[in-house]
Write a protein that binds this ligand. Sequence first.
Ligand code: IMP
Length: 486
Amino acid sequence: MMTKTSKGQTAPSTRPPGSAPAPGSSPGSNTASNTAVGVADGASAARKLTQQGHGAIIGLQWGDEGKGQIVDVLTENYDLVVRYNGGANAGHTVQIGDQKFALHLVPSGILNPKAVNVVANGVVVDPAAIRQEMTGLRERGVAVGANLKISDRAHVVLPYHKLQDKLMEKALGADRGGEQMIGTTGRGIGPCYADKAQRGTALRMGDLLTGEELHKKLGHIVSVKNVMLGALAQAVGEAFEPFDAAKLYAEFAEHGRTLREHICDTTELLHSAMEGGRRILFEGANACLLDVDHGTYPFVTSSNCSSLGIYAGAAMPGGKVGTIIGVVKVYTSRVGGGPMPTELKDDLGEQIRKTGNEYGTTTGRPRRCGWLDLLAVRYAAKISGITALACTGLSVLASLPKLKVCVGYRWQGQELKAFPADANVLAQVEPVYQEMEGFGGPVDQCRSQADLPAAARRYLKLIEEYTGVPVVIGCVGRRRDQILWR
Ligand code: IMP
């Protein structure tokens, strides 16, 4: 379903058929005590939820919690949607009516014709990838023009970053039978952030517009990279063809010319927007447990994906973001390496993967699946300062007769009080489970939290009580009318 934008281009309607507010319904309170109150009027519930300052949406597990769906439904209440971390490793799927959009670098607000979308300084941008995404969106009738801004301070992912990513994984894989492999998405994310910290070997989006200056910088960087990568390739037994600085210059100067109208000082833009009373939504990519400082290090990505990344990644002073929504899938999934205490390596895990279609949006890899880990979610909610929870994936659990939720860890005979910093400890913990009744049948037709079977409401209540954060949204499917408010 497409509507005309102010620029005369077409874009998907933000209110597809079937999601019209039910007349006469009223919003429920956001307190932890009224789980049973249903709110069919999604628009007014969303308004109520987003009243407090600027907003943020953060995944509280290892990614793929369904953040795109929540961003999509809340963008109407904001003027700008901002990505502050990560790169093309992220994959946000947004479904509008029958249409599915898989977004990687472009903020999900692009599907809202009124929103300005900002790729802020904390993001690492692969210019070819963002251009491909922009073209794909335009081909489907989505307006992409002055509504997309890219920070001149954001760092650039180049082809040698992707090669470095692959070679480093191979080097780690050769060590201890692959145990140390991070299982990256191969998008060059880690090497690009490493260059950002290294400084002398980094390029920012603004550099793509500097002509001769870019030429000089690339000449220097490529000579360093060829030495390093040549040696690394040799060490892992891979053929290596040196990068050609002149070719890279031609390619990336062309990216600069094409993206010129989008590249700007987004710090200035965001601060002027705030001064003008405009409202901002920050869209977290990847997720809290993949945060480079606070996640399951070293099995993490290379940015601050928790809400803590907003401040440095979008030049946002503390205290400006009032509504921080944590998205929790009611079971757990993880792609790549690293500990996952509640992983189910049996048929049940396979059943959850199939029912939940748990295959990577970015790489298509099957995701590891398991029970909900509340200890990990509570930790993630705490470090991100979460003010409300959105629980997705309820329909995936609906056919299971019995459910388990992890409510503690035992390690070396003792109960751990906190989420461990050491990935080796996390790999050894024994989850303490609370058994829960199955929901007793499908839930995808429910249209309010009050419609949910009692067992499903008890499940949400457990999440709420354990984390101390109200569950304001429950999702029983990907469509907008399958978002249950209260
Ligand atoms: P990288 O970000 O490609 O370096 O990958 C580091 C780790 O984070 C790997 O285990 C990836 O599978 C994981 N990862 C990165 N981005 C996402 C995401 O958006 N969803 C799920 N896992 C992710």
